[in-house]
Design a protein around this ligand. Structure first.
Ligand code: TYM
Length: 333
């Protein structure tokens, strides 16, 4: 008898330009895990509107993120790729989960505090409710594992709490998911401020390598990357945050361990090292970029992927939602 495979859920917001942080912290891991799990990969456009978006750009970024998923090696024949707003169960389950989530818990979320500071003129209810919608995403698909970067750890923890709280109050309903983090790559830092996370929305674009950057830009940014005092190329995030960040990037992009990466640069100077990191990143991103451009031009294909993705996603999501509605006492005809 065929055993049922475990389920995997993850998503990315179609906002700004994705960085190598998003690639290394999330997408690369997704590609590796797709043959092991039943995978659901969302495009989180409902999360995106918790900060202001230009409608035309949001639409464009949605398709280019889908094209990127596929260009990076996620196979739409094996995985369900879909747009969050196409499956109405996300909003419906989020509403139910809101009623078992406390305002105080949401106010304590680091990302809410950060984003409230950055968007002080738009601290809307959606921004605060963001983790509940994320919990709904994950729980609808009964996900066993959720591969994300380190910055999502707190949201994963609250998802687990919400799932357990519901299960205890109404009887077991949701799988309690585990976060999966890359050993190296779960937190890629800014090239100019190596104590800060590399971010899609950073003010200084020189600190982030965007997945759309061309070869010259990539190499220039790495050449300018902040290193540390001393001249040794050694992995030690506390003492050498700049060099360690570059070693992490090099090691994941070249599929080598950090120790192998260190060995590659034994006795070499920072200049050679930074050039080599730039080259390995540019070599890897080049083919992804051309494939993304090719796919973006094929609207019919992308629409087809989204359509079949939405149907498959809705099937499972609606099944979970129906269970929830029954358990909480919503009358069904
Ligand atoms: P988002 O769109 O901010 O980021 C997408 C993924 O990239 C990871 N990431 C990083 N990893 C390593 N180093 C970095 N510098 C770095 N920056 C970003 C993030 O951890 C994330 O995995 N809330 C989510 C989207 C989401 C979601 C979900 C994720 C919505 N629903 C359900 C998982 C499950 C977010 O904003 O990711």
């Amino acid at each position: 008898m065929e055993t049922e495979r475990k389920k995997l859920y993850s998503a990315i917001q179609p906002t700004n330009n994705l960085t190598i942080g998003n690639y290394l912290g999330a997408i690369k891991n997704w590609v590796n895990l797709q043959s092991e799990y039943d995978c659901y990969y969302g495009i989180a456009n409902m999360h995106a509107i918790t900060v202001r978006q230009e409608p035309v750009k949001l639409r464009q970024k949605t398709l280019s993120l889908l094209a990127l998923y596929i260009a990076c090696g996620i196979d739409p024949e094996k995985c369900v790729l879909y747009l969050q707003s196409h499956v109405s169960a996300h909003a419906e389950l989020a509403w139910v989960l809101n009623t078992i989530t406390y305002v105080g818990e949401m106010e304590r979320m680091t990302q809410f505090k950060d984003k409230s500071a950055r968007h002080a003129d738009n601290i809307n209810m959606g921004l605060m409710d963001y983790p509940v919608l994320m919990a709904a995403d994950i729980l609808l698909y009964q996900a066993d594992v959720v591969p994300v970067g380190e910055d999502q750890r707190q949201h994963l923890e609250i998802t687990r709490n919400i799932a357990q709280r519901f299960n205890n109050a109404f009887s077991p309903t949701f799988t309690v998911p585990e976060g999966v983090y890359m050993k190296v790559g779960a937190k890629i830092n800014d090239l100019q401020f190596p104590d800060k996370k590399m971010s899609k929305s950073a003010e200084n674009p020189n600190g982030s390598i965007f997945l759309t950057d061309d070869r010259d830009t990539i190499i220039r940014k790495f050449k300018r990357a902040v290193t540390d005092s001393g001249s040794e190329i050694r992995y030690n995030p506390a003492e050498k945050p700049g060099v360690s960040n570059l070693l992490s990037i090099y090691s994941v992009f070249s599929d080598k361990t950090v120790a192998e990466a260190e060995a590659d640069f034994a006795g070499k100077g920072y200049g050679d090292f930074k050039l080599a990191v730039g080259e390995v990143v540019a070599d890897k991103l080049g083919p992804i970029q051309s494939e993304q451009v090719r796919l973006e031009a094929d609207r019919q294909y992308l629409d087809g992927v989204l359509k079949s993705g939405a149907e498959k996603a809705a099937r499972l999501a609606n099944k979970t939602l129906a269970k929830v509605y029954k358990k909480i006492g919503f009358y069904q005809i």
